[in-house]
Design a protein around this ligand. Structure first.
Ligand SMILES: C[S@@+](CC[C@H](N)C(=O)[O-])C[C@H]1O[C@@H](n2cnc3c(N)ncnc32)[C@H](O)[C@@H]1O
Length: 245
């Protein structure tokens, strides 16, 4: 936890929840050890959607569709969501959940590896939520910039990695060192890219929220373009399950 546990519990106790099918899907996902966004991330997304009122949303990392449904519900009624997932076992569950929520017409699930799917997409999207393999964020960034509309918002979850990002790489478990290095690079790039204004927030497991702006002659650095994507590994907790989002 990067935020005091009691404080998080208190803040989350103020959240009125989602009720109905969303609460059911969240409960089922947790029972099956499927990661879903935390309560504090849910309320942050609801807030951002209320302010930004996006018409086209892109999500990287569907799992069983909880966050896609939440975004669809709290965005304007004519908003559509495109979401990407590669894990075959989760795809039919996500589709069934979209049907249960009555949102199968508004949510499009694209199956496959995010990098390949992103490369085939055409923007612009007003709102992009990135919640997939953390070690890949740095490679997705050029594609996300290509797809993000001027004034559009990019939200990336789990960027502080349970606090690991501020540790020396030698203090991080060996198997997490690649992700650690890539996430630090991602954080640097997303905060120094001239086309983005970014705030890094210690919310949940760490979030960046960026808005796309006109490029200015500031002192930011260009994001790397065309860097190769590789292993796309899933992050596992000590118990072997994926870490909760
Ligand atoms: C943290 S979960 C997403 C949770 C979901 N956003 C929610 O809150 O309901 C991350 C998902 O990204 C998927 N994923 C990871 N790497 C991927 C990749 N390279 N391409 C597509 N999906 C990927 C995983 O299979 C997993 O289901």
């Amino acid at each position: 936890m990067i935020v005091d546990e009691r404080m998080t519990a208190y803040i989350n106790s103020l959240d009125p929840g989602n009720r109905g099918v969303l609460d059911e899907i969240e409960r089922e996902a947790k029972e099956a050890y499927v990661p879903v966004i935390r309560r504090e991330m849910q309320s942050f997304l609801k807030f951002l959607l209320g302010v930004g009122k996006p018409r086209r949303i892109l999500e990287v990392g569907t799992a069983v569709g909880f966050s896609a449904i939440l975004m669809c519900r709290y965005a304007p009624e004519d908003c559509t969501v495109t979401t990407i997932e590669k894990y075959e076992k989760r795809i039919p569950i996500a589709r069934e959940n979209f049907r249960r929520a009555g949102m199968e017409e508004r949510i499009t699930l694209l199956e496959g590896d995010a990098m390949e799917v992103l490369q085939g997409l055409e923007g612009p999207y007003d709102f992009i939520f990135m919640d997939a393999a953390k070690g890949q964020y740095i490679y997705y960034l050029p594609e996300l910039l290509r797809l993000l509309a001027p004034g559009g918002i990019l939200v990336s979850d789990n960027v502080l990695q349970d606090g690991d990002v501020i540790e020396s790489r030698f203090a991080v478990e060996r198997r997490n060192r690649t992700i650690h290095a890539r996430m630090r690079e991602y954080l640097y790039q997303v905060t120094h890219c001239p086309e983005l204004r970014t705030s890094v927030l210690p919310l949940g497991d760490g979030v960046t929220v960026s808005v796309r702006v006109e490029a200015t002659a500031g002192d930011g650095v260009d994001v790397r373009r065309g860097a190769p994507a590789d292993e796309g590994q899933e992050e596992k907790g000590a118990d072997g399950h994926e870490k909760t989002s």
